[in-house]
Design a protein around this ligand. Structure first.
Ligand SMILES: C[S@@+](CC[C@H](N)C(=O)[O-])C[C@H]1O[C@@H](n2cnc3c(N)ncnc32)[C@H](O)[C@@H]1O
Length: 308
């Protein structure tokens, strides 16, 4: 069974630091509205009418795999609720990061969220362990919607977890995966990979939406796929470390690089940092009139159903 210590060699196992670098990444991501917009326009695909149980008005059961600070799950639930105001949710958020889970608990306490979330529960554990303990034949053992937003990279036994999720879908339930495409950050990671050769390396490199599709095909589960365009403002990464007026921006840039490359970039030599920046400048676009650097980072939505 997976234990948290499996992740300790990696950024994702360092609760505080990971929470900060992840939020830095979110702050630089544009547009922020990608996710709710996708959900609003695809709500029919995500929420099957017969899962609504009109007789009992039972809430829709939602599981979030790697819920993080919960804010993006709230965007998803709100977008569904806006399209289908009669829907209420029972939500379970599972994450190994206790710092982010604490924040998620606060986010879900807000009065606004309480308007459409009847019950919420948070579990600090690897998803593998949580699902292992949950019998899909038990009363609350299945979910109408499972969210897996940018989490699969970090999971050691991905195929197993995908199969577990599909097993825990209700008959019309859907698993929504949001994942990086081979372009954007994934391309940048692959370019940087040789710089870290022979050193402790992440297991996520090259794991993009194409590999997710291979796993889904191996599992023989039906799915649909959509691509959304997104960009990342990576300008802070290029701030001069010797410019004392730009200290905060420089620190944010290091956080963003750490998130993208899944290693603590504060510990890297100036030489390696410079090589990383040379590669980043090759894959990003510079707006000459503002001096900003932008990385195109298209992302992929996969909506998975139970095996027919
Ligand atoms: C990039 S963040 C995404 C968070 C959130 N889903 C969102 O989109 O805002 C990935 C999250 O997956 C969590 N995670 C990584 N491995 C996990 C595992 N085995 N089980 C549960 N959560 C995990 C991390 O702690 C982190 O919060």
């Amino acid at each position: 069974m997976a234990q948290k210590h499996l992740n300790n060699d990696h950024l994702v196992g360092q609760d505080d630091f990971y929470a900060n670098v992840f939020k830095q990444f979110l702050a630089c991501s544009k547009p922020q509205s990608c996710l709710p917009e996708y959900v609003s326009t695809h709500v029919d695909k995500l929420v099957h009418d017969s899962s609504l149980n009109h007789d009992t008005n039972a809430p829709l059961r939602v599981l979030s795999v790697g819920c993080g600070h919960g804010a993006r799950d709230v965007h998803v639930l709100k977008a569904i609720h806006e399209q289908r105001p009669h829907i209420q949710f029972d939500y379970v958020g599972v994450d190994i990061n206790s710092v982010l889970v604490q924040e998620a608990q606060q986010v879900f306490c807000s009065q606004h969220v309480r308007g459409y979330v009847s019950e919420c529960q948070f579990v600090v554990a690897p998803i593998e362990d949580y699902l292992e303990r949950l019998n899909p034949s038990s009363e609350h053992g299945t979910f109408d919607l499972i969210l897996m937003l940018h989490c699969l990279y970090y999971i050691p036994h991905r195929k197993h977890v995908l199969a577990q999720c599909v097993d825990h879908l209700s008959p019309n339930g859907k698993l929504m995966i949001l994942h990086q495409s081979p372009a954007g950050i994934n391309n940048f990671q692959n370019l940087c990979n040789p710089l870290f050769e022979g050193r402790k390396c992440t297991r996520n490199l090259q794991f993009n939406s194409m590999q997710v599709e291979h796993l889904l095909n191996d599992l023989e589960v039906p799915y649909s796929m959509d691509i959304v365009n997104a960009t990342l403002n990576v300008s802070n990464c290029f701030v001069n470390p010797h410019d004392t007026t730009m200290e905060q921006a420089y620190r944010k840039g290091l956080q963003l690089l750490s998130f993208m490359l899944e290693r603590d970039m504060r510990e890297e030599s100036e030489e390696v940092k410079q090589q990383v920046l040379d590669l980043l400048s090759r894959v990003s676009v510079k707006k000459h009139h503002t001096g900003e650097y932008w990385l195109f980072h298209p992302q992929v939505f996969l909506v998975v159903s139970k095996k027919l």
